[in-house]
Write a protein that binds this ligand. Sequence first.
Ligand code: IDP
Length: 150
Amino acid sequence: MEEKTYIMIKPDGFEDTAIVKGYIRRAGYQIVAQKKMRLTEAILREHYDFLVDKPFFGDIVEFMTSGPVICMIVEGENAVAGMRTLMGATDPNEAAEGTIRKALAKSKQRNIIHGADSPENAEKEIKRFFPELAAEKRRVYTIKVMDEQI
Ligand code: IDP
């Protein structure tokens, strides 16, 4: 099934943006929208609402606001589950060979990349990080936002 997912390169992956995009494209997915952004604590409280009570949440905010992120909408056959597989386990020590986190991530927290874990969350996250698409009054899933060189 052709679907869209929300992917985000975290601040520790910014320097490796081209490499990460290479993984995504070689796996057969298309990056149909992308932008560089700086996150705020407010958006992280929404995005990681299931983690706000964890003792390490402050570290997550510090890490995720420490530099720019690359927000992407990635499209393809079973993109949500497929991208989760390509990313690898949260902890790079547990990630399978050939995955992005195995190759590039440093720790369970500094793990390079985020990917939505269900089609429902993908839709929510696309709306959260690409609110300008809703304002376009076109279907978010058919628009190509920008293809700037990053
Ligand atoms: P996921 O990114 O693989 O879906 P989640 O469990 O949803 O993993 O956690 C979201 C993010 O929060 C992780 O990618 C990681 O950056 C951070 N995180 C999760 N668990 C821990 C932990 O035990 N220690 C430090 N950071 C964590």
